[in-house]
Design a protein around this ligand. Structure first.
Ligand SMILES: [Ca+2]
Ligand SMILES: [Ca+2]
Ligand SMILES: [Ca+2]
Length: 248
């Protein structure tokens, strides 16, 4: 079955087709990881790396200490950042995406992802805030809040840009077009009970493209959407496309 994208009418065109390798080819299955709970040292480049448990070690607040980004949900819903404090296992109490977002009504959904989307050397925080549900079937309007790093433990950043989007119930980091810029994958409501995975391409300067591109343009020959997507179809190995395994 083929679906059209006529609903938005604004989807970016011309994206090069590329096959997403969900299995990565990156450093998954890092050898030599330390024992659970032991501190890890960033390896290579800016110092970002992936722990054996799949967490991201990076310096979110720019204080020179590695912080740990964890998202056991794989969809941005349970993302936390444990900021390095030099004590114990080297990390403080995990700060949730909602806490990083700041003043957000309790019934609003908050999703988050972390990556250096604008390639300036500082990891950025993207929050997707969706108002509480309505009885209407229409897609709800959400707001993307892109905070350019460094981002403080209180979620503050010197620069934030906001733009609207249809509601999303999952976010993840991927590199759909293999340009070494992290892209943001969103599991977006398409109306009438259907969802589709779309991408906001990472861009130097702006951080993220503003027009969602169906992920099928990168992942399927011909780029056609075949059926509707499930939340578990969100890319789970996005970080491994960018980061090396952590070493003790
Ligand atoms: Ca830090
Ligand atoms: Ca950045
Ligand atoms: Ca990319």
């Amino acid at each position: 079955m083929t679906y059209s994208y006529a609903r938005t009418g604004v989807l970016a065109a011309g994206a090069a087709l590329a096959l997403l390798c969900a299995c990565g080819g990156g450093p998954a299955g890092a050898p030599g990881g330390g024992a659970a709970g032991s501190p890890t040292r960033p390896a290579g480049g800016r110092g970002d790396c992936v722990t054996p448990t799949g967490d991201q070690s990076t310096d979110v607040d720019g204080d020179g200490r590695a912080d740990r980004v964890s998202d056991p949900s794989g969809s941005g819903r349970r993302l936390t950042v444990s900021f390095g404090d030099g004590s114990g296992d080297g990390h403080g109490t995990p700060v949730t995406a909602r806490e990083l977002a700041g003043r957000v009504p309790a019934r609003h959904d908050v999703l988050a992802a972390v990556a250096d989307f604008d390639d300036d050397g500082h990891v950025d925080l993207v929050l997707v805030v969706t108002p509480s549900s309505t009885p209407m079937d229409d897609p709800r309007n959400a707001e993307v809040r892109l905070r350019f790093g460094p981002v403080s433990p209180a979620g503050r950043a010197d620069r934030e840009e906001r733009f609207p989007l249809f509601e999303a119930s999952g976010v993840a980091v991927a590199d759909y077009d293999h340009d070494d810029f992290p892209d943001l994958a969103l599991y977006q409501y398409w109306g009438e009970g259907y969802h589709q995975i779309v991408a906001l391409p990472g861009e130097r300067g702006s951080g993220l493209g503003r027009e969602p591109v169906p992920a099928s343009r990168y992942t399927r020959p011909g780029g056609e959407q075949e059926g509707w997507d499930r939340l578990e179809d969100l890319p789970r190995s996005g970080l491994s496309a960018f980061l090396a395994p952590c070493v003790s």
